[in-house]
Design a protein around this ligand. Structure first.
Ligand code: MTE
Length: 349
């Protein structure tokens, strides 16, 4: 894989792949006023009561953030379930990245290598109907239709930082649920040590999968250790900003692991396999010296071609690069550092 090397983050863009730098001009930055935070007193109060938590402990009035004017294609039952999502208790004080950036600045190599390719080309993906096959070391292997997979699931809005290994970042209001809830339904056996995820392989709807020049061995694959997969922060997302996931963001189902680099957040998942051995993952197969299996956000462990000490928080442009320090485990150390307490994070990057 040929590479463009940009020595510092201030030079705008580092890239996993060779491509001309792309940046969203500041003229495209949308004013805050286009999205609004809806407050639903009844639902907030009900969810607090159901959890037996005292109202003072959390923001009972917080309900999912929505973009008012986005009506994305998707079945009504899914839209309704997403609209009924409750607010998660995790708090974040940083501003959300505007929808227009979350849905326009993407990595989804099945559609090309420019940040704008996924939004421009992924409309050909048909995310409905959709099935997810669950196989391997489980007592109850099963192929779920998306509707069955989400049946009885209470969706939550989960506002998390997303830090890409390329040193840009966002704050995204996902709508989803803990992967752990799904894992419990299929009853992993004692041999299940890892979880492997696979993206759809459908070249007719994912044009790069038929390119002779692609460096990726399709389908895109990712994996987690079982304790990482069971961690309550690990999320299967079906929406963002209170709406169904746009295709470019991995419709209809994608992974969100907020303490890891973005390449772990595999999109458009069709298969989940429980394994005894550590599964092969797309980026660690392409460049094992650069992209490890763990991929925990770590400002002290540089990528071989650039520093990871800082990041460009979107929206970011030439005049306002918006550079901020990167936090260990992307700011989630308190919740996840114990998972790695006996591990050398330089070795297991
Ligand atoms: N999943 C698939 N199937 N294909 C991809 O190319 N790119 C990954 C990840 N998931 C990718 C993928 C990378 S490198 C990043 S940074 C995130 O998706 C970006 O997610 P976003 O486009 O929603 O911001």
């Amino acid at each position: 894989m040929a590479q463009v090397y940009k020595p510092t983050i201030l030079s705008i863009e580092v890239s996993m792949l060779i491509k001309k730098p792309t940046d969203i001009p500041s003229s495209e930055i949308t004013p805050e006023s286009i999205y609004n935070a809806r407050r639903d007193f009844m639902r907030g109060a009900m969810s607090v009561a159901a959890m037996g938590v005292s109202a003072s402990a959390i923001d009972v009035f917080a309900t999912p953030t929505q973009v008012a004017d986005k009506d994305l294609p998707g079945p009504d039952w899914l839209k309704m379930q997403i609209a009924g999502a409750i607010a998660n208790q995790e708090k974040i004080s940083e501003p959300l990245t505007p929808y227009e950036h979350v849905a326009a600045y993407n990595n989804f190599y099945e559609y090309g290598y420019d940040k704008t390719d996924p939004a421009a080309k992924s409309h050909i993906l048909k995310p409905h109907p959709w099935t997810v096959e669950i196989v391997g070391e489980v007592n109850k292997p099963r192929t779920f239709g998306l509707e069955d997979l989400l049946k009885g699931v209470t969706l939550e809005e989960r506002i998390y930082r997303l830090r890409c290994v390329e040193a840009w970042s966002m704050v995204v209001p996902w709508v989803g649920f803990s992967l752990a809830d799904l894992i419990k339904r299929v009853e992993p056996t004692s041999k299940a040590k890892y979880v492997a995820f696979t993206t759809l392989e459908r070249p007719s709807e994912m044009p790069e999968q038929k390119s002779r020049f692609s460096t990726i061995d399709w389908p895109y694959r990712e994996g987690l250790r079982m304790d990482e997969a069971m961690h309550p922060l690990t999320t299967l997302a079906v929406g963002l900003y209170g709406k169904v996931l746009p295709n470019q963001n991995g419709a209809p189902l994608r992974l969100v692991v907020p303490w890891k680099y973005g390449f772990k957040y595999i999109k458009s998942i069709v298969k989940i396999e429980f394994t005894e051995k550590q599964p092969k993952t797309t980026w660690s197969m392409i460049a094992p010296d650069e992209y490890g299996f763990y991929a925990n956000v770590n400002p002290q462990v540089s990528h071989p071609r650039w520093s990871q000490a800082e990041e460009r928080r979107l929206p970011s442009g030439l005049l306002r690069p918006n550079i901020i320090p990167t936090q260990l485990f992307n700011g989630y150390a308190e919740q996840v550092a114990h998972l790695y307490k006996d591990m050398d994070l330089r070795k297991f990057y």
